[in-house]
Design a binder for this molecule. Sequence first.
Ligand SMILES: [Zn+2]
Length: 417
Amino acid sequence: MKPHILYILNHATWSVGNGKQISFWSDKWLDHSIADHWNIPSHLLPDMELAVEHFIVNGRWCLPPYIHQKDPELAAKISKITLHKDDIPDTLPWNLSPDGCLTQKIAFSCLFGNGQQVNWAKFLWNSFIPPTRSFITWRILFDKLPTDDNLRKRGCCIVSICCFCRRHAETSSHIFFECAVTAILRSWLSKGTDIPLDLTSCNNLILNSMGRGSTLVQQILNSAIIHTIWAIWIERNQRCFHNKHQSMATLFNCILAEVKLGYKLILAKGNFDMQDYKISRLFNIPFKTKRATAKHDVHWCPPPTDVIKFNYDGSSIGAHPCGAIGIVIRRSSSSFLGAISSNIGNATTLEAEFSACMLAIEKAREMHFKAICLESDSIRVVHAYNKNVGVPWKMKARWYNCMKFCHNIICSCHHEL
Ligand SMILES: [Zn+2]
């Protein structure tokens, strides 16, 4: 951790609780520390040691007038920070995760990156093809199979001949893509699946077969290619080392069986499309199709008598997301009490959903309601309400205050599509 402490501090921002642990001037509890924002020389900071708690009186911000005069924008920003109503310790959340928790996974990806990205990775490594099969294709891509030509490169002095046609020297390119005997399997792969394939090399075969047809076609084709390559390699080893021969027809049936077996793990369902139907028939796979989504009417349901219902929603759009929220308030008799719509500026969809819920609760407090029902389409807000997890770290203090109010009244939070 020690060598990375600067990186950690740059990506963590203090969340104000009781303000006892946070240095008002030198700690980062806004976008930048105030010392950096005002360019205060570092040698002056030891004499300016004041905690954030010294600027909070009776649960409210109390900033000295000179801050308002020197930097009204900063003063406004500080005043907008919601303070906890109870004595809650300060926390140091991780900026780059929505709930502020620094997990081992996040730490690993920050320190070591996400690794090399290659476009064929999803083609090779997936849940419906055993890794032992994919591994052979992966070795061909890097020309690392122990074929005769590769053994010669390593200094083995051997006579080389293709065990299938017995006419050419053995190279991985020959046995998989040039040999006249294994060509039967390759042509079946192309003609049987009714998809023209580039059979000149492993790299071209994989890259040109990606994105062909529907997800179902793509996954079955993907499985068929990898199982064909695997079947040729296993047959080559049987012929070379055990003197056992299987016909191409037997190999063909093995490939069909392997693809059909793997299909049970394929989650994709077919479209009402001829290509999907044909490929399902070829591999003798039951043709599952997507069901048309049934229309779902949503009606407003009245809450119990004397309970006020808040229907709220939040959303955001754009590359620099701009959020907006809406709330409708009704009595159990369905009589309309009011509605709120507001632009909340920069916010993710999740933050907009939480903002809408919190504004509804704050409005209930302002209107002195004693029994409320909160309803929205956000499962995560309902989950946070019930288990207090997944709250965006910037909103934790405001959420805490809202939950405190909810626990003192009759309140329920529901999810409705
Ligand atoms: Zn050959």
